[in-house]
Design a protein around this ligand. Structure first.
Ligand code: HPA
Ligand SMILES: [Zn+2]
Length: 329
């Protein structure tokens, strides 16, 4: 079996889809001086030692995003690639605070990304999930939530990302409660580099409905039992885990253990332009390196469908597409 399943992409950061060529093109369009001699010099910086090392480059490269049109261009480029990856539904993360810090306001970011999403290929459904930066003050997240709600741009939910170690989710309890009261769905990165305790805290204090990554939950057996019993979706990003050295090699990835424990895991791409692949590449990589059975890949694809923030009609369509893939000889 080589074909990857129809994908429901629930863990992808739009700024992490900014390919090196597009970084260079936008730098030229906006006359932004980058500290790289050329494309090869930029590419040479993609060997990361950990999450923070990656985030330094990820935030630095955002300097090329100035106007709403830049955000739309980036989003359209992603959707085109996503269609080729077999993506049928995507819930896209965006980091408004990373742009605010550079003087680019929340409306510019949201209007640009949502204009890009409006051009999604026929049949692909989309949603937008702005994330708060956990290494910034909770008060700033509060102000950003006000700006998000005032923008008038339709949002699916809010998330929490950026440097995890030493930044537990609990500080964001109030802003997440406000987001929930405003009708937004809640997710958070937890257990990527941070401990299993952060996964618990994301569930109990923030009340998240999905956990992004969650691989370190495996260090706490009682938590694993709970996650399985409550069928808490975990959006796992295998190529990201290897490139950020959360996992030593793909062959040593705990995905089979997670499936074996009955966890509601699914496979996603995180920052595909930085980590060596989109969601199809991630599926292909784990299928090969971990020798997954067709039934296991079917479970991963079905878990993603069940974890999506879609209505019953759309979920039924997505279920059918995955079933049709599984029924192929
Ligand atoms: O992989 C990630 N982890 C945490 N924050 C992020 N923001 C973009 N990518 C990531
Ligand atoms: Zn992520």
């Amino acid at each position: 079996m080589t074909a990857t399943p129809p994908a429901v992409e629930l863990h992808v950061h739009v700024e992490g889809t900014l390919e090196p060529e597009l970084i260079m093109a936008l730098a030229e369009r906006n006359r932004v001086e980058l500290p790289y001699a050329d494309l090869d010099d930029l590419r040479a910086r993609y060997a990361f030692t950990d999450l923070s090392h990656f985030l330094d480059l990820y935030y630095a490269n955002m300097a090329v995003l100035r106007e709403a049109e830049d955000f739309a261009t980036m989003t359209r480029a992603y959707l085109e690639r996503a269609a080729r990856a077999g993506v049928r539904h995507v819930e896209l993360f965006v980091d408004p605070q990373a742009h605010l810090a550079r003087g680019v306001g929340v409306p510019v970011v949201l209007e640009g990304v949502s204009a890009g999403l409006a051009d999604a290929p026929a049949g692909m459904t989309t949603g937008l999930i702005p994330c708060f930066l956990r290494d910034r003050p909770a008060e700033e997240a509060d102000e950003v939530l006000d700006a998000l709600l005032a923008s008038g741009v339709p949002l699916l939910g809010v998330g929490l990302d950026s440097a995890e170690a030493g930044n537990p989710p609990g500080r964001f309890a109030d802003v997440f409660a406000r987001a929930r009261a405003a009708g937004l769905r809640l997710v958070a990165h937890a257990g990527e580099e941070g401990p299993a305790a952060y996964v618990r805290e994301a569930l109990d204090v923030l009340g998240v409905e999905r956990v992004d990554h969650g691989i370190r939950a495996l260090e706490d057996q009682a938590l694993v039992t709970r996650l399985a019993e409550e069928a808490v979706p975990l959006t796992v990003c295998p190529l990201s885990n290897v490139r950020l050295r959360a996992v030593r090699t793909l062959a040593a990835h705990p995905l089979p253990l997670m499936l074996g424990a009955g966890l509601a895991v699914s496979v996603h791409s995180d920052d595909p332009a930085y980590f060596g692949g989109y969601v199809d590449d991630n599926h292909r990589a784990v299928m090969e390196a971990l020798h997954l059975t067709r039934a296991q890949v079917h479970t991963l694809a079905s878990n993603a469908v069940e974890a999506a923030f879609v209505d019953d009609t759309r979920r039924a369509e997505l279920r059918e597409e995955v079933a049709a893939w599984a029924a192929q000889p």
